[in-house]
Design a protein around this ligand. Sequence first.
Ligand SMILES: Nc1ncnc2c1ncn2[C@@H]1O[C@H](COP(=O)(O)OP(=O)(O)OP(=O)(O)O)[C@@H](O)[C@H]1O
Ligand SMILES: [Mg+2]
Length: 324
Amino acid sequence: MIVLDEVTKIFPGAREPAVDRVSFQVTEGNICVFVGPSGCGKTTILRMINRLEEPTDGDIYIKGERVKDKHVNADELRREIGYVIQQVGLLPHQTVEQNVALVPRLLKWPADKIRSRVAELLQMVGLDPQEISHKYPYQLSGGMMQRVGVARALAADPPIMLMDEPFGAVDPIVRERLQDEFLRLQKELKKTICFVTHDINEAIKMGDHIVILAAGKLIQHGTPREILTAPANDFVKDLIGENKEIKLLELTRAAELVKPQAELPPALSSNGCCVQSIDPVQRALEIMLKENSDTVGVRDGDELIGAISWAAIKEYINAINANI
Ligand SMILES: Nc1ncnc2c1ncn2[C@@H]1O[C@H](COP(=O)(O)OP(=O)(O)OP(=O)(O)O)[C@@H](O)[C@H]1O
Ligand SMILES: [Mg+2]
């Protein structure tokens, strides 16, 4: 869907490239997360994808077409790409409604279509249109502003979204809620998303695919599981940091470790001691610790399909560690 082929960006007068021969692909309908330290080129890559910057060398393709050939007119390209800029960037002297309606107004949609779309979008990102439409950005909390930023980028229903640290400026609890809501929304919307973060945990949670960058160079790319189980070098190992096992258990579904048991202990039939087969194994572990139990039942809907044991989790972690 989006392909970068040996893309380099050297800003005028710079000694080192901001982006240095970077190649990767973003699959349609996936979230690809760019992660890396400040100044490693994340924003520059987003800005080259929607042609706010031109690469010094290399090519970018969207749906198989080279953007600089197909979209002679960069404005046209940007209508197909929603952009949540770093630091939200709401226009301070415009209301929430006017901010969200920015692109539809540029596209000259009729006023009533704009109004209903704005209300629909605010609802979609968990805000009450009645309450918030006429407020100004300074009257909103950080979390609300970030939701409005996401609504604005979704306004014209673009197939592609570029999101530059969209949940950066909020506290960890609000951030987690925004992440969960966005993942739920994405299941319906199935946009192709480039998502920037500093935070490896956010990358692991949000990404179908992760691209790790340092000083303009691509260090490693792969699924969160590939990154966690086979870090390419010490830089990636340091980035992953502590609690690698916990992170993996968050990515592994109960269905992968469940063992059918002919006769499950009666305690497992209660809902409190069960997880769903699509739940992360991490949840099973939390229940074991809370209930002081060494097995947790696994349900598929209402049906009890088996159990996960403490021993099975330990075996799984040992096998992963042996691989690294
Ligand atoms: N317009 C510009 N002119 C000159 N240099 C620039 C310009 N934009 C970015 N740079 C430089 O390019 C490099 C990459 O910047 P970029 O903004 O892409 O980093 P980033 O990974 O997004 O960082 P952060 O996490 O702090 O947002 C930096 O060294 C930066 O100083
Ligand atoms: Mg940036």
